[in-house]
Each structure stands twice: as C-alpha cells, then as structure tokens.
Ligand binder design. Structure first.
Ligand code: HEM
Length: 473
C-alpha cells in the first residue's frame, strides 16, 4: 500500500537530528469541537497517524471525544517510556477490552504478578528451548508444504491469510503445548477469531453494549469463550493427570510451556493458568501470521528480492529445512522480514498510561496521561527514514542498518518487549525458507490490497495468491 505522502514537510525534515536534551513542548491538535479527531481516526487511522507524525513532529497531543493522547514520534522519547522510566508507564485503559479473554495473563498483568509470569514464561524462549522447538516448527512447515504441493500442481488459488494463521497456530500448539490440533483446529480458530474481532470492534467503537446484555454478538462471544475455556481446561486436566502418574517414562511434552506454568503455579487457579495460556496464543498467533502474509505479498511485488532470497535459501540449505543454526547465514531472508515489519508492523500501535507525574525532553506529563507509541507512523516518518514508503530490504543490511533502536520497534523494546521475538523470527525464517524454496506465490491481479488496522495489522479481505511450483534451482 502507498499512503501517498505528498510533501514531506520542512518541519519533519528539520527533526532529522534527534537530541534527548532538546526542550520540546507538544503540538496540541484539538480537532473538531466535541469529537476532536474521531472522524479522521474512524475514516483512515493509518493515513491520519502517519500524517500527524510527518507534519507535527516529536510529540503531539491529540483529542478524541473525551479522550486525549500524547503521541510520541521521537526515538529518545519512546526509549524514555519503554526503557528509562518504564516503571512509571503501565498498559492503558485501551487494553481493557482484552480482559474478557486474557484475564490477568502476561499481556495485561502489571507489577509483581507480571514479573513472576514473565520469568516463568521466559524460560520457554531461551536459546536451548528454541533449538529444541526447531524440529516441531520444521514439521509444521513440512505439513504445509505437503498440503500445498497438491494445490500447486493444479495452479490453485489460495487465500494466504487463513493459511498463515493455520500455520502459526499449529506451530504454537506443537512447540509450547506439545499438541496437534488436527480435528479441533477449525473450532478453536473460529472461537479465537470471534473473541479477537469483538475486542477490536470494542476498541474502535465509542459505544459498546455492556457484555451482560444478551445481544446476538455478546451471545456469540460468550459461546466462543466457552469453547476456548473448555479446550484449555481440558488440556490442563489431561496434563495434570499425566503428571500425576508416578513411574511413567518421561513424557514427550516434558518441560514445555504448559509444564512450566503448572510447575510454577504459586497458588494460581486453573482459571489463571488458562489466562496465561490464552495470552500466549493470542500474542503469538495472528501477529506472526500477519508478518508472514505481508512478507509473501511484498515478495510477490518485488521479483528481484524474491530471486535473491530464493537463491540464498537454496545455497545455504541445499534442500533441507532451515534450522536454528542457519539463521546467521540467512542474512537476506532476515533483511526482507525486517523490512516487512517496518512497513507493516503486525502490532501497529500501542499505548501506556503515566502512573505518576513525569517530565522529560521538555515535556511535562501529569499522572494519567495516555501515551501512544505508533510503530506504523514512526516506521514511516520521513525525518527518520529515507524513502520511507519504499520497500528496501538493504536498509537492514547489518553493515548499514539504521542504528536508531527506538526508531524501529516492531516487537516493542525494553523490559516489556515481545517475549516471543526470537521465537517469531525463528519460525518465520523456517516458514519463509520452506515456502520460497518450493513455491511461487503470485498475487491475483485486480486486488486492492489494503492494511486493515485493528488490534493487529492484517491485509483487508482475502489475499488471493496463485500457488505454483517454484522454478527449479
Ligand atoms: C511477528 C510477530 C510478533 C510481533 C510483531 C510481536 C509484537 C509484540 C509487541 C509490539 C508486543 C508489546 C505489546 C504491548 O506492549 O502492548 C508484544 C508482546 C508480547 N508478545 Fe509478541 N509479537 C510477535 C510474536 C509473538 C510470539 C510468536 C509470541 C509467543 C510465542 C509472542 C508473545 C508475546 C508476549 C507474551 C507479549 C507480552 C510480553 C509482556 O508483556 O511481558 N509474540 N509482542
């Protein structure tokens, strides 16, 4: 997609040099009386925020009805919130709509409860664990290749989004919970989709009926939550029974994330374990699927990049699946993925609220200030990036990479950054290598591919691709 940014303004260009010490009062934009910027937000949030970051500089106060947010577009300011003074910034009220499904799991928890969950789950994402999970990731990609081979032989057309969703859910289940979904896949996927879409509608709609009202949508969401709960509770029960059987040989699932959660219960109920489980699925499923879908889409538009990526994959892997040790050699593959996440960060915006008064870089933030960090806009800010709208993987060449860490933060940054970052990169490299080696994904002409900015940034509507066998080496 091109946001057709017309004239990078002089003000944005002047902001090219970012200096922490420079005083900077926020630009205040009130929008229209009463509604503020709600109309622009509802019409086209991506274009709106990108324009604000381009034209109004480092810190911009925006009004939306009765809400007010401070949008930070300067890497040093973003670092302040995510790292330097991160204890003063908690998840804002905009996350509340997720509580129905995530409870007080890692994504929403704060303070000691968050730290305890983070420490436990982090053990599942250490290098040795990732190495152990590689085989399951390769198996899931192998199953996809097998399914696709039959389709490619017939030049079939696929919708890439559900295909990638299926792959990433399959990988999460196999690696973290030692489970093959097979028969239950459709039901679980449908239930996840219903609860996520409901949360998205609630975030973006100013009027939401209370959850207890028996509206058709509330009833549908309740039914979906029941499906998810009974699936997870059933799994917990089964695992507890397996663990209780003394004298059994080591279980295949021994030491996976579910085991870790049960080993470190610290008095947590099954409901709380279930929240932790669902948080991990929701954090790790659609995000990676969107990253992969956007990456395949961009490769279909840039045949030169596809050729280079494919020849790297074939040279490094010689027909075998990618593994943990291959990552450093798959340099161009990684550059393409990084550039994809710059243009289409799967979690495209997020926010925090200041717990106590704070002051930095000339800004004064009273307690209660909502701060917005919008990767989509910052990643496309002309003050920070040359040719910001263009697809150019070479900007992520390790030799000449943009060194401004907080100008590029698709996984967030600081202590509360994405716990699954290395996992997501590993599975994406394995999947991309497996896909380009065997298949050509050709975008069906006539489609208007637009990003749909909900909680995640996915392509709007189907992303139809003709699947054909890749040219021989
Ligand atoms: C390309 C894929 C992914 C992207 C772009 C991504 C991005 C992010 C971002 C931006 C956050 C911070 C959100 C916030 O502060 O509100 C986050 C948090 C998180 N992500 Fe990811 N994520 C991805 C994949 C994954 C995967 C595969 C997993 C797990 C297997 C995962 C697990 C988590 C968890 C548990 C958190 C919460 C961390 C905490 O609060 O301590 N993510 N992710």
């Amino acid at each position: 997609m091109s946001l057709a940014i017309d004239h990078p303004s002089g003000r944005a260009r002047a902001a090219r040099k970012h200096d922490e010490s420079r005083a900077c009062a926020p630009v205040v934009l009130r929008g229209r009386p009463l509604v503020g910027h709600l109309p622009e937000l509802r019409a086209d949030p991506l274009r709106f925020f990108t324009r604000i970051a381009r034209d109004h500089g480092d810190a911009v106060e925006l009004h939306f009805g009765f809400d007010k947010v401070l949008m930070l577009n300067n890497p040093a300011m973003i670092r302040h919130v995510l790292q330097d003074n991160r204890l003063n910034y908690e998840k804002s009220k905009f996350y509340d709509v997720m509580r129905a499904v995530l409870g007080n799991g890692i994504f929403l928890a704060e303070g000691d409860e968050w730290l305890s969950q983070r420490r436990t789950a982090a053990r599942s994402f250490q290098g040795c664990q990732l190495r152990r999970m590689t085989a399951a990731m390769q198996d899931a990609v192998g199953d996809l290749q097998q399914r696709w081979s039959g389709l490619a032989a017939r030049d079939a057309v696929i919708d890439l989004i559900p295909e990638m969703m299926r792959l990433t859910l399959d990988i999460l289940m196999r690696t973290l919970f030692s489970l093959r979904l097979d028969d239950q896949y459709a039901e679980i996927f449908q239930a996840l989709t219903v609860v996520l879409r409901d949360a998205e509608r609630r975030i973006w709609s100013p009027f939401n009926p209370p959850r207890w009202l028996p509206t058709p949508r509330n009833r549908e969401v309740r039914a979906a939550l029941r499906v998810l709960d009974s699936f997870v509770f059933g799994m917990i029960e089964k695992r507890c029974a397996e663990r209780a059987q003394a004298g059994e040989p080591a279980r295949e699932s021994e030491g996976d994330l579910l085991d870790l959660l049960l080993d470190n219960r610290n008095g947590r109920s099954d409901r709380q374990i279930c929240d932790q489980f669902q948080s991990m699925i929701l954090a790790g499923h659609e995000t990676t699927a969107n990253g992969l879908s956007w990456c395949c889409y961009l490769l279909s538009l840039h045949p030169e990049s596809l050729r280079r990526l494919r020849s790297e994959v074939r040279e490094v892997l010689q027909g075998r699946p990618a593994g943990f040790a291959d990552l450093p050699a798959l340099k161009y593959t990684r550059m393409v993925f990084d550039e994809t996440l710059r243009l289409y960060p799967p979690l495209w915006t997020f926010s925090r609220v200041a717990v106590a008064d704070d002051a930095f870089a000339g800004l004064e933030l009273p307690a209660g200030t909502n701060v917005m960090l919008n990767m989509f806009a910052v990643h496309r800010r002309p003050a920070l990036w040359d040719n910001p709208e263009g697809f150019d993987p070479s900007r992520f060449d390790p030799q000449r990479k943009n060194s401004q860490r907080f100008a590029y933060f698709p996984f967030s940054d600081g202590p509360r950054s994405c716990l699954g970052e290395r996992f997501a990169i590993l599975e994406s490299m394995i999947a991309l290598a497996g896909i380009v080696d065997r298949f050509d994904l050709q975008l069906l002409p006539g489609q208007n591919v637009e990003p749909e900015p909900m909680i995640t940034l996915r392509p709007r509507g189907p992303l139809l691709m003709r699947l054909v066998p890749a040219p021989a080496a």
